[in-house]
Design a protein. Structure first.
Length: 453
Protein backbone atom coordinates (compact mmCIF):
# COMPACT_ATOMS: atom_id res chain seq x y z
CA UNK A 1 0.00 0.00 0.00
CA UNK A 2 1.41 3.40 -0.99
CA UNK A 3 0.68 7.08 -0.50
CA UNK A 4 1.91 9.75 -3.01
CA UNK A 5 1.24 13.30 -4.07
CA UNK A 6 -1.37 14.07 -6.67
CA UNK A 7 1.34 14.85 -9.24
CA UNK A 8 2.74 11.35 -8.84
CA UNK A 9 -0.66 9.74 -8.20
CA UNK A 10 -1.64 7.11 -5.59
CA UNK A 11 -1.20 3.48 -6.25
CA UNK A 12 -3.61 1.57 -3.98
CA UNK A 13 -2.64 -1.94 -3.09
CA UNK A 14 -6.31 -2.70 -2.64
CA UNK A 15 -7.30 -5.31 -0.17
CA UNK A 16 -10.66 -6.12 1.38
CA UNK A 17 -9.59 -4.44 4.63
CA UNK A 18 -8.62 -0.99 3.22
CA UNK A 19 -10.51 2.32 3.38
CA UNK A 20 -9.58 5.73 1.99
CA UNK A 21 -10.25 9.02 3.71
CA UNK A 22 -9.77 12.32 1.97
CA UNK A 23 -7.17 14.52 3.61
CA UNK A 24 -4.37 16.99 3.09
CA UNK A 25 -0.78 17.18 1.87
CA UNK A 26 1.35 15.37 -0.55
CA UNK A 27 2.81 12.88 1.90
CA UNK A 28 1.16 10.75 4.59
CA UNK A 29 2.49 9.46 7.89
CA UNK A 30 2.39 5.83 8.96
CA UNK A 31 1.34 5.15 12.56
CA UNK A 32 2.55 2.07 14.36
CA UNK A 33 3.61 -1.29 13.09
CA UNK A 34 0.22 -2.42 11.84
CA UNK A 35 0.27 -2.56 8.04
CA UNK A 36 -2.26 -0.48 6.17
CA UNK A 37 -2.77 2.29 8.78
CA UNK A 38 -1.83 5.79 7.62
CA UNK A 39 -2.75 9.28 8.77
CA UNK A 40 -1.93 12.31 6.66
CA UNK A 41 -0.17 15.32 8.10
CA UNK A 42 -0.36 19.04 7.40
CA UNK A 43 -3.13 21.23 5.99
CA UNK A 44 -5.52 19.99 3.29
CA UNK A 45 -4.27 20.21 -0.30
CA UNK A 46 -6.31 22.06 -2.86
CA UNK A 47 -6.11 19.26 -5.36
CA UNK A 48 -7.34 16.66 -2.85
CA UNK A 49 -5.51 13.78 -1.26
CA UNK A 50 -6.48 10.71 0.74
CA UNK A 51 -5.74 8.75 3.92
CA UNK A 52 -5.54 5.04 3.66
CA UNK A 53 -6.64 3.15 6.86
CA UNK A 54 -7.11 -0.54 7.50
CA UNK A 55 -10.47 -1.65 9.00
CA UNK A 56 -9.14 -4.96 10.35
CA UNK A 57 -7.69 -3.39 13.50
CA UNK A 58 -10.90 -1.73 14.74
CA UNK A 59 -13.15 -2.92 17.51
CA UNK A 60 -10.66 -4.68 19.75
CA UNK A 61 -10.93 -5.20 23.53
CA UNK A 62 -14.24 -6.46 24.90
CA UNK A 63 -15.72 -6.60 21.38
CA UNK A 64 -12.96 -8.97 20.34
CA UNK A 65 -13.69 -11.15 23.34
CA UNK A 66 -17.47 -11.15 23.05
CA UNK A 67 -18.30 -10.74 19.32
CA UNK A 68 -18.25 -13.43 16.70
CA UNK A 69 -16.79 -12.34 13.31
CA UNK A 70 -19.16 -9.86 11.66
CA UNK A 71 -20.62 -10.76 8.25
CA UNK A 72 -19.19 -8.81 5.27
CA UNK A 73 -20.48 -7.80 1.87
CA UNK A 74 -19.08 -6.07 -1.27
CA UNK A 75 -20.28 -2.78 -2.74
CA UNK A 76 -19.08 -0.32 -5.36
CA UNK A 77 -18.16 3.30 -4.81
CA UNK A 78 -16.18 6.07 -6.53
CA UNK A 79 -12.52 6.42 -5.61
CA UNK A 80 -9.43 8.28 -6.86
CA UNK A 81 -7.05 5.72 -8.42
CA UNK A 82 -4.30 7.93 -9.87
CA UNK A 83 -3.74 10.00 -12.97
CA UNK A 84 -4.56 8.18 -16.25
CA UNK A 85 -5.45 4.97 -14.36
CA UNK A 86 -9.24 5.20 -14.19
CA UNK A 87 -12.02 5.24 -16.72
CA UNK A 88 -13.81 8.39 -15.46
CA UNK A 89 -12.92 12.03 -14.89
CA UNK A 90 -14.78 14.64 -12.91
CA UNK A 91 -15.33 17.82 -14.91
CA UNK A 92 -17.92 19.78 -13.01
CA UNK A 93 -19.79 16.49 -12.80
CA UNK A 94 -18.38 13.00 -13.14
CA UNK A 95 -18.01 11.95 -16.84
CA UNK A 96 -16.81 8.82 -18.52
CA UNK A 97 -13.53 9.49 -20.46
CA UNK A 98 -12.47 5.97 -21.34
CA UNK A 99 -10.08 3.45 -19.80
CA UNK A 100 -6.68 4.92 -18.87
CA UNK A 101 -7.81 8.54 -19.49
CA UNK A 102 -9.28 9.49 -16.10
CA UNK A 103 -8.17 9.67 -12.45
CA UNK A 104 -11.33 8.21 -10.84
CA UNK A 105 -12.66 4.72 -11.21
CA UNK A 106 -14.95 2.20 -9.57
CA UNK A 107 -13.27 -0.15 -7.11
CA UNK A 108 -14.62 -2.92 -4.82
CA UNK A 109 -14.78 -1.98 -1.10
CA UNK A 110 -15.55 -4.61 1.49
CA UNK A 111 -17.66 -3.42 4.47
CA UNK A 112 -18.53 -5.21 7.68
CA UNK A 113 -22.00 -5.13 9.22
CA UNK A 114 -22.88 -5.47 12.92
CA UNK A 115 -26.35 -6.89 13.68
CA UNK A 116 -28.51 -6.24 16.78
CA UNK A 117 -27.91 -9.78 18.00
CA UNK A 118 -24.17 -9.10 17.96
CA UNK A 119 -24.65 -5.92 20.01
CA UNK A 120 -26.64 -7.92 22.61
CA UNK A 121 -23.66 -10.18 23.37
CA UNK A 122 -21.26 -7.48 24.65
CA UNK A 123 -24.10 -5.78 26.51
CA UNK A 124 -24.88 -9.06 28.29
CA UNK A 125 -21.20 -9.55 29.10
CA UNK A 126 -21.07 -6.08 30.63
CA UNK A 127 -24.23 -6.58 32.74
CA UNK A 128 -23.10 -9.98 34.04
CA UNK A 129 -19.76 -8.45 35.03
CA UNK A 130 -21.51 -5.63 36.96
CA UNK A 131 -23.90 -8.04 38.72
CA UNK A 132 -21.05 -10.34 39.69
CA UNK A 133 -19.09 -7.41 41.10
CA UNK A 134 -22.07 -6.25 43.17
CA UNK A 135 -22.65 -9.74 44.58
CA UNK A 136 -18.99 -9.99 45.50
CA UNK A 137 -19.11 -6.67 47.36
CA UNK A 138 -22.32 -7.64 49.23
CA UNK A 139 -20.97 -11.02 50.34
CA UNK A 140 -17.65 -9.50 51.30
CA UNK A 141 -19.35 -7.01 53.64
CA UNK A 142 -21.51 -9.60 55.42
CA UNK A 143 -20.83 -10.16 59.14
CA UNK A 144 -21.66 -13.23 61.26
CA UNK A 145 -24.96 -13.02 63.24
CA UNK A 146 -24.59 -13.53 66.99
CA UNK A 147 -27.19 -14.50 69.59
CA UNK A 148 -26.77 -13.50 73.23
CA UNK A 149 -26.90 -16.60 75.42
CA UNK A 150 -26.84 -16.80 79.19
CA UNK A 151 -23.10 -17.52 79.27
CA UNK A 152 -21.54 -16.08 76.09
CA UNK A 153 -22.26 -14.94 72.56
CA UNK A 154 -22.26 -17.88 70.18
CA UNK A 155 -22.22 -17.68 66.39
CA UNK A 156 -25.44 -19.11 65.00
CA UNK A 157 -24.55 -22.41 63.43
CA UNK A 158 -27.34 -24.37 65.22
CA UNK A 159 -30.30 -23.71 67.54
CA UNK A 160 -29.01 -20.93 69.82
CA UNK A 161 -31.07 -21.75 72.92
CA UNK A 162 -32.37 -24.80 74.76
CA UNK A 163 -35.94 -23.71 75.57
CA UNK A 164 -36.40 -26.44 78.17
CA UNK A 165 -33.36 -25.40 80.19
CA UNK A 166 -34.43 -23.18 83.09
CA UNK A 167 -38.07 -23.15 81.96
CA UNK A 168 -39.38 -23.27 85.55
CA UNK A 169 -37.71 -19.89 86.20
CA UNK A 170 -37.89 -18.42 82.70
CA UNK A 171 -39.29 -15.05 83.77
CA UNK A 172 -36.36 -14.15 86.01
CA UNK A 173 -33.66 -16.48 84.67
CA UNK A 174 -33.83 -16.03 80.88
CA UNK A 175 -32.37 -13.16 78.92
CA UNK A 176 -34.77 -11.07 76.83
CA UNK A 177 -33.20 -12.57 73.67
CA UNK A 178 -33.88 -16.11 74.87
CA UNK A 179 -37.46 -15.23 75.83
CA UNK A 180 -38.07 -13.78 72.39
CA UNK A 181 -36.51 -16.77 70.59
CA UNK A 182 -38.29 -19.47 72.64
CA UNK A 183 -41.64 -17.71 72.50
CA UNK A 184 -41.36 -17.30 68.72
CA UNK A 185 -40.15 -20.82 67.95
CA UNK A 186 -41.58 -23.03 70.72
CA UNK A 187 -44.23 -20.87 72.41
CA UNK A 188 -42.32 -21.05 75.69
CA UNK A 189 -41.39 -18.10 77.86
CA UNK A 190 -44.05 -15.89 76.25
CA UNK A 191 -45.11 -12.85 78.30
CA UNK A 192 -48.57 -13.49 79.70
CA UNK A 193 -51.46 -11.09 79.58
CA UNK A 194 -51.53 -8.59 82.44
CA UNK A 195 -54.66 -8.72 84.59
CA UNK A 196 -55.82 -6.88 87.67
CA UNK A 197 -57.14 -7.77 91.12
CA UNK A 198 -58.87 -4.97 93.01
CA UNK A 199 -59.82 -4.67 96.70
CA UNK A 200 -61.97 -1.87 98.09
CA UNK A 201 -64.36 -1.01 100.91
CA UNK A 202 -64.97 -3.61 103.60
CA UNK A 203 -63.44 -5.27 101.56
CA UNK A 204 -64.96 -6.24 98.24
CA UNK A 205 -62.69 -8.20 95.94
CA UNK A 206 -62.65 -8.74 92.19
CA UNK A 207 -60.13 -11.48 91.40
CA UNK A 208 -57.76 -11.83 88.42
CA UNK A 209 -60.35 -14.18 86.89
CA UNK A 210 -63.10 -11.57 87.58
CA UNK A 211 -65.05 -13.50 90.26
CA UNK A 212 -66.46 -11.26 93.02
CA UNK A 213 -66.72 -11.78 96.76
CA UNK A 214 -66.65 -10.06 100.17
CA UNK A 215 -64.07 -10.78 102.84
CA UNK A 216 -65.40 -9.48 106.15
CA UNK A 217 -63.03 -11.46 108.39
CA UNK A 218 -60.34 -9.77 110.48
CA UNK A 219 -56.74 -10.96 110.14
CA UNK A 220 -53.68 -11.10 107.86
CA UNK A 221 -54.40 -12.81 104.55
CA UNK A 222 -52.60 -13.87 101.40
CA UNK A 223 -53.56 -11.69 98.43
CA UNK A 224 -50.95 -13.20 96.06
CA UNK A 225 -48.92 -16.25 97.02
CA UNK A 226 -46.40 -17.43 94.42
CA UNK A 227 -42.93 -19.04 94.67
CA UNK A 228 -41.10 -15.72 94.33
CA UNK A 229 -43.81 -13.11 94.91
CA UNK A 230 -45.61 -12.48 98.20
CA UNK A 231 -48.38 -9.89 98.72
CA UNK A 232 -50.39 -9.85 101.95
CA UNK A 233 -53.25 -7.68 103.20
CA UNK A 234 -54.27 -6.76 106.74
CA UNK A 235 -58.06 -6.64 107.25
CA UNK A 236 -59.41 -4.93 110.39
CA UNK A 237 -62.77 -3.74 111.65
CA UNK A 238 -62.69 0.06 111.87
CA UNK A 239 -64.42 2.44 114.26
CA UNK A 240 -66.41 3.70 111.33
CA UNK A 241 -67.79 0.24 110.58
CA UNK A 242 -68.59 -0.44 114.22
CA UNK A 243 -70.31 2.87 114.90
CA UNK A 244 -72.09 3.55 111.61
CA UNK A 245 -72.69 0.11 110.10
CA UNK A 246 -73.18 -1.63 113.47
CA UNK A 247 -71.20 -4.64 112.20
CA UNK A 248 -67.88 -6.34 112.87
CA UNK A 249 -66.95 -6.28 109.16
CA UNK A 250 -63.36 -5.38 108.28
CA UNK A 251 -61.65 -3.09 105.80
CA UNK A 252 -58.09 -3.36 104.48
CA UNK A 253 -55.85 -1.12 106.55
CA UNK A 254 -52.40 -2.15 105.22
CA UNK A 255 -50.78 -4.00 102.32
CA UNK A 256 -47.23 -5.41 102.14
CA UNK A 257 -45.22 -6.88 99.25
CA UNK A 258 -41.94 -8.84 99.33
CA UNK A 259 -40.25 -12.03 98.17
CA UNK A 260 -37.28 -13.15 96.13
CA UNK A 261 -38.29 -11.02 93.15
CA UNK A 262 -37.75 -7.92 95.31
CA UNK A 263 -34.44 -9.16 96.71
CA UNK A 264 -36.07 -9.90 100.09
CA UNK A 265 -36.95 -6.23 100.57
CA UNK A 266 -40.42 -5.30 101.85
CA UNK A 267 -42.69 -2.38 100.99
CA UNK A 268 -45.68 -1.63 103.23
CA UNK A 269 -48.38 0.99 102.64
CA UNK A 270 -50.84 1.81 105.43
CA UNK A 271 -53.87 4.12 105.66
CA UNK A 272 -53.46 7.81 106.47
CA UNK A 273 -53.30 6.76 110.12
CA UNK A 274 -50.07 4.90 109.33
CA UNK A 275 -47.00 5.14 107.09
CA UNK A 276 -45.33 4.22 103.80
CA UNK A 277 -42.33 2.04 104.65
CA UNK A 278 -39.36 0.29 103.00
CA UNK A 279 -37.92 -2.51 105.13
CA UNK A 280 -39.70 -1.10 108.19
CA UNK A 281 -38.31 2.42 107.72
CA UNK A 282 -40.72 5.25 106.89
CA UNK A 283 -40.30 6.89 103.47
CA UNK A 284 -42.29 9.54 101.59
CA UNK A 285 -43.91 11.55 104.34
CA UNK A 286 -45.02 13.89 101.52
CA UNK A 287 -45.55 13.59 97.78
CA UNK A 288 -42.42 12.42 95.95
CA UNK A 289 -40.55 9.32 94.82
CA UNK A 290 -38.29 6.74 96.49
CA UNK A 291 -36.49 3.47 95.73
CA UNK A 292 -36.79 0.25 97.68
CA UNK A 293 -34.73 -2.65 96.35
CA UNK A 294 -35.63 -2.95 92.67
CA UNK A 295 -38.95 -1.08 93.10
CA UNK A 296 -39.87 2.55 92.59
CA UNK A 297 -42.45 4.11 94.94
CA UNK A 298 -44.23 7.28 93.80
CA UNK A 299 -46.62 9.19 96.05
CA UNK A 300 -48.96 11.76 94.47
CA UNK A 301 -52.61 12.67 93.89
CA UNK A 302 -53.08 11.34 90.34
CA UNK A 303 -54.43 8.11 88.89
CA UNK A 304 -57.84 6.46 88.59
CA UNK A 305 -59.43 5.53 91.90
CA UNK A 306 -60.21 1.91 92.72
CA UNK A 307 -63.56 3.01 94.21
CA UNK A 308 -64.93 6.12 92.49
CA UNK A 309 -67.38 6.61 95.34
CA UNK A 310 -64.41 7.90 97.39
CA UNK A 311 -63.61 10.68 94.92
CA UNK A 312 -65.09 13.32 97.28
CA UNK A 313 -62.04 12.98 99.58
CA UNK A 314 -58.51 14.33 98.83
CA UNK A 315 -56.60 11.82 96.72
CA UNK A 316 -53.52 10.21 98.24
CA UNK A 317 -52.20 7.67 95.75
CA UNK A 318 -49.16 5.39 96.05
CA UNK A 319 -47.84 3.86 92.81
CA UNK A 320 -45.38 0.96 93.16
CA UNK A 321 -43.48 -0.24 90.07
CA UNK A 322 -42.04 -3.65 90.95
CA UNK A 323 -39.70 -6.01 89.07
CA UNK A 324 -41.09 -8.44 86.49
CA UNK A 325 -43.75 -5.97 85.39
CA UNK A 326 -45.76 -6.17 88.61
CA UNK A 327 -47.55 -2.92 89.46
CA UNK A 328 -49.57 -1.84 92.51
CA UNK A 329 -51.69 1.21 93.21
CA UNK A 330 -52.85 2.02 96.73
CA UNK A 331 -55.45 4.70 97.55
CA UNK A 332 -54.90 5.91 101.11
CA UNK A 333 -58.05 7.03 102.96
CA UNK A 334 -58.43 8.28 106.54
CA UNK A 335 -58.77 4.83 108.18
CA UNK A 336 -58.50 2.21 105.39
CA UNK A 337 -57.01 1.63 101.95
CA UNK A 338 -58.12 0.42 98.53
CA UNK A 339 -55.67 -1.37 96.23
CA UNK A 340 -55.19 -2.67 92.70
CA UNK A 341 -52.58 -5.30 91.78
CA UNK A 342 -51.66 -5.68 88.10
CA UNK A 343 -49.48 -8.57 86.95
CA UNK A 344 -49.21 -11.65 84.74
CA UNK A 345 -49.84 -15.20 85.91
CA UNK A 346 -47.08 -16.94 87.87
CA UNK A 347 -46.64 -20.73 88.18
CA UNK A 348 -48.27 -22.02 91.38
CA UNK A 349 -50.02 -18.72 92.09
CA UNK A 350 -53.02 -18.46 94.44
CA UNK A 351 -54.43 -16.21 97.16
CA UNK A 352 -57.50 -14.16 97.96
CA UNK A 353 -57.04 -12.58 94.49
CA UNK A 354 -57.58 -16.05 92.99
CA UNK A 355 -55.48 -18.70 91.29
CA UNK A 356 -55.33 -16.82 87.96
CA UNK A 357 -56.18 -19.92 85.89
CA UNK A 358 -58.78 -18.26 83.70
CA UNK A 359 -61.72 -19.97 85.46
CA UNK A 360 -63.80 -17.75 87.76
CA UNK A 361 -65.86 -20.70 89.01
CA UNK A 362 -63.12 -22.01 91.31
CA UNK A 363 -62.48 -18.56 92.83
CA UNK A 364 -65.89 -17.91 94.35
CA UNK A 365 -66.28 -16.69 97.93
CA UNK A 366 -66.67 -20.14 99.40
CA UNK A 367 -63.59 -21.45 97.53
CA UNK A 368 -61.27 -18.63 98.53
CA UNK A 369 -62.37 -18.59 102.16
CA UNK A 370 -61.82 -22.32 102.29
CA UNK A 371 -58.29 -21.99 100.88
CA UNK A 372 -57.18 -18.78 102.63
CA UNK A 373 -59.76 -17.87 105.30
CA UNK A 374 -57.47 -19.19 108.02
CA UNK A 375 -54.96 -16.33 107.53
CA UNK A 376 -51.17 -16.34 107.02
CA UNK A 377 -48.95 -18.71 108.97
CA UNK A 378 -46.67 -16.92 111.42
CA UNK A 379 -43.47 -18.15 109.73
CA UNK A 380 -44.66 -16.69 106.40
CA UNK A 381 -45.92 -13.37 107.73
CA UNK A 382 -44.51 -10.19 106.15
CA UNK A 383 -46.09 -7.85 108.71
CA UNK A 384 -44.15 -7.12 111.84
CA UNK A 385 -46.53 -8.92 114.19
CA UNK A 386 -49.76 -10.86 113.56
CA UNK A 387 -53.25 -9.75 114.56
CA UNK A 388 -55.95 -12.15 115.82
CA UNK A 389 -58.21 -13.91 113.31
CA UNK A 390 -61.90 -13.04 113.81
CA UNK A 391 -64.82 -14.47 111.82
CA UNK A 392 -67.72 -11.97 111.51
CA UNK A 393 -71.03 -12.78 113.18
CA UNK A 394 -73.23 -9.77 112.46
CA UNK A 395 -75.73 -10.11 109.62
CA UNK A 396 -75.74 -7.47 106.85
CA UNK A 397 -77.78 -4.33 107.43
CA UNK A 398 -80.83 -3.54 105.32
CA UNK A 399 -78.65 -1.23 103.24
CA UNK A 400 -76.38 -4.14 102.33
CA UNK A 401 -79.15 -6.68 101.95
CA UNK A 402 -82.60 -5.15 101.30
CA UNK A 403 -85.60 -7.15 102.63
CA UNK A 404 -86.65 -8.22 99.12
CA UNK A 405 -83.31 -10.00 98.71
CA UNK A 406 -82.67 -11.09 102.28
CA UNK A 407 -85.13 -14.03 102.29
CA UNK A 408 -83.62 -15.48 99.10
CA UNK A 409 -80.03 -14.92 100.41
CA UNK A 410 -80.80 -16.64 103.71
CA UNK A 411 -82.28 -19.66 101.90
CA UNK A 412 -79.20 -19.98 99.69
CA UNK A 413 -76.69 -19.60 102.53
CA UNK A 414 -78.52 -22.05 104.86
CA UNK A 415 -78.38 -24.62 102.05
CA UNK A 416 -74.66 -24.12 101.47
CA UNK A 417 -72.28 -26.56 103.05
CA UNK A 418 -70.22 -25.11 105.86
CA UNK A 419 -66.74 -24.14 104.67
CA UNK A 420 -63.84 -23.45 106.98
CA UNK A 421 -63.25 -19.71 107.30
CA UNK A 422 -66.45 -18.76 105.43
CA UNK A 423 -69.11 -17.22 107.62
CA UNK A 424 -72.87 -17.04 107.13
CA UNK A 425 -72.50 -13.23 107.04
CA UNK A 426 -69.97 -13.43 104.18
CA UNK A 427 -72.24 -15.81 102.27
CA UNK A 428 -75.09 -13.32 102.72
CA UNK A 429 -72.78 -10.55 101.54
CA UNK A 430 -71.84 -12.48 98.39
CA UNK A 431 -75.52 -12.97 97.53
CA UNK A 432 -76.86 -9.56 98.58
CA UNK A 433 -74.16 -6.92 98.34
CA UNK A 434 -74.34 -4.47 95.47
CA UNK A 435 -70.60 -5.00 94.84
CA UNK A 436 -71.45 -8.19 92.93
CA UNK A 437 -72.87 -5.96 90.18
CA UNK A 438 -69.79 -3.69 90.24
CA UNK A 439 -71.52 -0.91 92.18
CA UNK A 440 -69.77 1.38 94.71
CA UNK A 441 -69.22 0.04 98.21
CA UNK A 442 -71.81 0.59 100.92
CA UNK A 443 -69.06 1.91 103.20
CA UNK A 444 -68.20 4.71 100.75
CA UNK A 445 -71.85 5.66 100.37
CA UNK A 446 -72.34 5.77 104.13
CA UNK A 447 -69.21 7.88 104.62
CA UNK A 448 -70.37 10.33 101.98
CA UNK A 449 -73.82 10.63 103.57
CA UNK A 450 -72.32 11.06 107.03
CA UNK A 451 -70.05 13.86 105.85
CA UNK A 452 -72.91 15.59 104.02
CA UNK A 453 -71.28 15.25 100.61
Amino acid sequence: MFWSSRSRGVVANSSPATTFVQGGPALGTRLGPVAGTYVQGGPPAASGAYIVQSNDDANIGCMTACLEPAPSYDTEDWQYVGSNRGAYEQVGSLQYVGPGNGSIDKVVITKKEVSYSQLFIPFSCLMLTIIGLLLFLIIRNQRPVYWSSDELDVAVTSVPFDCDAGLSNWLQGWSETKKSFCCRTEQKGCPAELKECVLWGDPHIKTFDTSRLVFYSTGDFWLVKAPRISIQGRFQATDWTKKNDKTDYSSMTSIVVGGDFLGQHKIEVQSMLGKIMCDGVEVLTAFGSSQCGGATITYDDVGALVDQAMAFLPHKVVHIALPNDVKMQVNRWPNFINAAIKMSKRPGQDGVCGNFNGDANDDMGKDLHQRFGGGVNKDELLFGAPIPLLIPKALPSDKRCPPERRQRAEAICHAEETAAGWSFAECMGDVCDAHTAGQPSIQAQEMREQMGQ
